[in-house]
Design a protein around this ligand. Sequence first.
Ligand code: ZN
Length: 239
Amino acid sequence: MQAGKTELLYLRDSYLSEFEARVVEAGENYVVLDRTAFHPRGGGLVSDTGVLNLGAETFQVIGAEMSEEGVRHILDKMGPRTGDTVEGRLDWDRRYRLMRMHTALHVLVAVVNARTGALITGNQVETEASRVDFSLEKFDRALIESCVAEANQRLAEGHEVKIRFIEREEALKTPGLVKLAAKAPPDAPILRIVEIGDIDAQLDGGPHVKNTSEVGQIVLRKIENKGKSNRRLYFTLNP
Ligand SMILES: [Zn+2]
């Protein structure tokens, strides 16, 4: 799948950490590539970091963001020019941790939603701790702890995480996906659906692990009240 001039390699393969690409645009502090494994900031996830190698020279990718022209790779210094072939490499430890956090978030949200009907109103997936906001008036610590325990049990069961691409028309005809398809932007003919066993199915553009057993355990950090019916919880992972 394509965004502007960039083919988004991470949509098909979350485990791709090295790739070759051509520079299609060089800005003041960024380059746009014709293909990338760098996941740009968005969808509640912080961006990947890593390096671009051009010959013997190395450029740090300090962030990546989506733009109309494609994915901008923000560099620590400029050098690559339009037409250059570069070798990209993700900071894999960071990315893999984000993948585990992201899959953990989906499972936790699914459990909370099934148990309480609470809807997610925002989230931020980071390496150290992630946070998620739920809209629910009665949501006490004991209930949240019990949801975390159930989410951890589901994670440990080792459910496969499947990434599927499906045409909107087909999704609209498939029971269970109709709701998802209806939520997709009207100009998206192909939908990316991430299914975690029978636990969760979402339209999603971010990287995930292949199996929930890779996640480890969710550790509840803190709960905050953000307004009358908004509960924010912070979690991290063990290990
Ligand atoms: Zn997601």
